[in-house]
Design a protein around this ligand. Structure first.
Ligand SMILES: [Zn+2]
Ligand SMILES: [Zn+2]
Ligand SMILES: [Zn+2]
Length: 141
């Protein structure tokens, strides 16, 4: 019940109408501690068609609900935003960690990516930085 109201609040805050697809995908994200790709969601929500998932993810990204968690893999993974992100304004400048064992990608909140100053004459448009290793839950096993 509490999760349902969190989902409603999130949609309202980002001025999105409540639809079954949006609710279901957010529900899944709230239950998952790591980032998920389109394919991951498709496997979990078998009833949902691909196009709906694509559309929902791009709306969420645009509205500041999820962000790309780059991990060097081919599939783009998305994670829930925990900061005050809004439409076209993301503030998820933390490191992403990809586990070599389980393959999951986690947000390392509180571990900011360093701000690199390029040499004179160079402009950085995009920069990808991520960590690979063994995650907390794989380590204990
Ligand atoms: Zn964000
Ligand atoms: Zn792991
Ligand atoms: Zn993240």
């Amino acid at each position: 019940m509490e999760k349902q109201s969190a989902i409603n609040n999130l949609l309202r805050k980002h001025e999105l109408r409540k639809t079954p697809a949006r609710t279901e995908i957010l529900d899944l994200y709230m239950d998952t501690p790591h980032a998920m790709s389109h394919g991951d969601i498709e496997r979990q929500l078998e009833e949902m068609d691909r196009v709906t998932i694509y559309r929902t993810l791009s709306t969420f990204e645009e509205k500041g609900i999820i962000h790309r968690a780059y991990d060097g893999g081919e599939a783009v993974k998305y994670a829930l935003c925990h900061n005050e992100c809004s439409t076209h304004h993301h503030h998820d400048d933390h490191l992403h960690f990809s586990c070599n064992k389980c393959g999951n990608t986690y947000c390392l909140e509180g571990y900011p990516v360093p701000n690199v100053q390029p040499p004179e004459g160079y402009t950085i448009d995009e920069m990808y930085l991520f960590a690979k290793g063994i995650c907390k839950s794989c380590k204990v096993r």
